[in-house]
Design a protein around this ligand. Structure first.
Ligand code: NI
Length: 179
């Protein structure tokens, strides 16, 4: 159990393609658990391994609203693949732990069928719709070096990334002054 450091865009490591996992072994199980701890701590509803600097095809998701009394319902997946998607689309206002405090509408297939390896290295296939479908697609994008801002207009994207660059520069300056 550990809280990992979440990379904030712009960062070259968030633009790289992650590599498939050969087997969900103890090392990958630990990564999945640490990613879940990190996600709950943030807090967020999804996290992909590249966001913690690990270029492996691993995602974790939990859309349960525990503040409303729902029980945690974590999903841990390695090598996720979308094997079917609906022609119908839905729009959600998305955010991302790597783009803190920015939210934009993104359109994605409303319903998907996902295949992958669970934490026991078993192949699982399931259907997802609503927020879960959006969240899984958002996390899977990270495995291909894609951020939600890559789905919106170039103008909006550059505005967000410019602001984040400035915020990161200010934070770096503060850290230097503390030395
Ligand atoms: Ni994200």
């Amino acid at each position: 159990m550990a809280i990992l450091n979440i990379l904030v865009a712009p960062d070259e490591r968030l633009k790289q393609e992650a590599q498939p996992v050969e087997k969900v072994d103890a090392e990958i199980q630990k990564l999945m658990d640490d990613m879940l701890d990190t996600m709950y701590d943030a807090p967020g509803i999804g996290l992909a391994a590249p966001q913690v600097g690990v270029l492996k095809r691993v995602i974790v998701v939990d859309i349960a609203n525990t503040e409303e009394g729902e029980k945690p319902n974590p999903i841990k997946l390695a090598n996720p693949e979308i094997v079917a998607e609906s022609e119908e689309f839905s729009v959600y206002q998305e955010g991302c732990l790597s783009l803190p405090n920015f939210f934009e509408d993104v359109e994605r297939p409303a319903k998907i069928t996902v295949k992958g390896l669970n934490e026991k290295n078993e192949e699982v296939t399931f259907e997802a719709d609503g927020l879960l479908a959006t969240c899984i697609q958002h996390e899977m994008d990270h495995l291909n070096g894609t951020l939600f801002v890559d789905h919106i207009s170039r103008l909006k994207r550059s505005r967000i990334l410019t602001k984040l660059t400035k915020i990161k520069a200010q934070l770096a300056k503060h850290k230097q002054q503390q030395l």
